[in-house]
Ligand binder design. Sequence first.
Ligand code: NAD
Length: 655
Amino acid sequence: MKRDLETFPSPVSRLFTPQQLKGLNRLGDFYCPGDELMPAFSASGAAEGIDRLATAMHPRDLADFRLLLTLAARLPQPLLASLVNLLDQADRLGPWAKDLRMARLGAAGVAYSLYYGFAGSGGPRVRAAIGWDAAIRSSISGEPAMNQLVRDAAPDLSPTAATVEDAFQRAHSAQVTIAALIIEQRLAVLDRLGEVILRRRDEIIARVSQETGKCATDALLGEIFATLDNLEYLRKNARKLLSDRKVATPLAMLGKKSRVWYEPLGTILVIAPWNYPFYQAIVPISIAFAAGNAVIHKPSEFTPLTGLIESILQEAGFARDWAQVVYGDGKAGAHCLAQRPDKVFFTGSIATGKKVMAQAAELLVPVELELGGKDAMILFADANLDRAVAGAMWGALTNTGQSCTSIERLYIERSVFDSFTVKLVEKVQALQLGTGRDDDIGQMTTAAQVAIIRHQLEDALAKGARQLTGHSWDRQSPQIPPIVLTQVDHSMLVMEEESFGPFLPLMPFEGDDHAVSLANRTIYGLSACVWSGDIARAQRVARRLHVGNVSINNHMITEGNHGLPFGGAKQSGIGRFKGEEGLRGFCNIKAVMIDGNSSKIEANWYPFTEAKYAAMDKMTVASRMRGLGGLVRFALAGLPLESLANKLGRKGRKG
Ligand code: NAD
């Protein structure tokens, strides 16, 4: 893209000289050169936001930054290019280059923040290109955060078939360079990724809240903390889990060595939903990358976080094609899948999961599906009731109930049903709605989801359910108060279909068998929780639940431990994500046997003879015998076979 420094009006600044602004534009062009969609930094008007950004800087950093900009303005182009190159290489120069590294992070961070719209200062042309105008305007003016329900229609960024094909080709080439890195190098990049995320967390939270409508604490914990925690898990464990593994060699193969090698699969296609758009991007990208893969990430069209993931990865040191983002709706996802990735990692609804699996089946692309849930909470009377009330509220309402593992059905032992209900209603009514830092329940993200909640509520009420809270909801607004329902049964949609909203439907049960049969009465099998003072009983019940994850006296904590595998049973999914299983799920798990380069002929190689058959038969019988006796018999049967094989090898059939 042509850089038109001269044609774009110079930004006005109180804090920087025209020369320093020129330096900013020149430096910005290195980090944000633009492409067919976006203008170059200097042509975008992004520099206009520099005063706003600079007021947040420490005075000492500001002085250094001014110096850097003056330098950037004065240096001839080739020297400036060398300077940027030097800054970019700072990581490789060792610990002494710490200041250079800080300068690189500072310069790149300022350029990205301005360009991609930190605090609304992204240039008008960039905003027009990526359609953030409405969302960004709200954060400047202090208007309430706007999510997808009220935001201006996003521009159609759907890629053409050629763009997708090109992205995959670049990913395949880039993967070769990723695989050539040793694991420590890949983990160093992920370590920097953690640093960048931590430093830019407020910006990420603001973007995520604007696009999803979630409250700040849900964004901080669900998107930032959980992502950093996963990176930490990789830092501590990936090297060991991806190392070659020795496996015992059976007696019949004495003398050989058995190994498992964990190799990259190639290019992974990640297709993500809208409920945790940052976490659902960075976590699979990081795990797949740690295992040596390139990634194409296709975010939800409802929460694309346009430009943010790329900017963060790039700042962390990801080369451009190591992980790419392809925007668009389901058609873009299908386009990507048609490129035959080496695996598709899909998170979303059952309905789409079936389509993805059908398309992948045609191409024989390996599939991992992380699908919906209808999680049950089973509460026994001997549990601590106050804690269970608080846990139930959080488990059902976190992320406004829009978590795949939200509690969606609450089965309460009959003897405490009334007291639990009274306490729950009282606590639920005290929750605060909104997206701020002291709000508890954010907004729904999509209009379609609001319609589902309305439909399920009306269906339940028509079939005799009693609504105890949430009457203030006008059945249209995305800000839905928690809705506690009693007198529900399994004829109602709210007990059968995924809700993905702030419902708490309560149903009494009597005895373990009843609780288990109610909880298992669903096509879903994602997760569940059992609450009881008797841990042994809770575990007995938990073992009988057909789910992929279960928490005892808590909810969703299996997801919080990144060393545990995560995934669904029944129609909630196929495969396991995170932990040992998840990391190795992005690997070609290669079985290896190493034999010596001897002249020995194997007993089971040709030719077959009567004598050999008889010896093998003896050995087969001996192989089933246990203990020392069996071992001796096996050896006695094996020895003549060895010599027979060697003789046959030398003398042919007659030996
Ligand atoms: P969705 O199935 O509508 O969409 C998910 C993604 O698939 C989006 O990026 C979408 O553009 C894409 N897509 C749509 N059609 C496609 C096609 N034919 N080929 C390829 N891609 C296609 O789901 P959603 O509404 O975004 O997310 C909500 C669902 O996700 C809920 O059911 C929720 O339970 C589930 N979820 C599951 C987990 C989990 O880990 N099990 C986590 C989060 C969300």
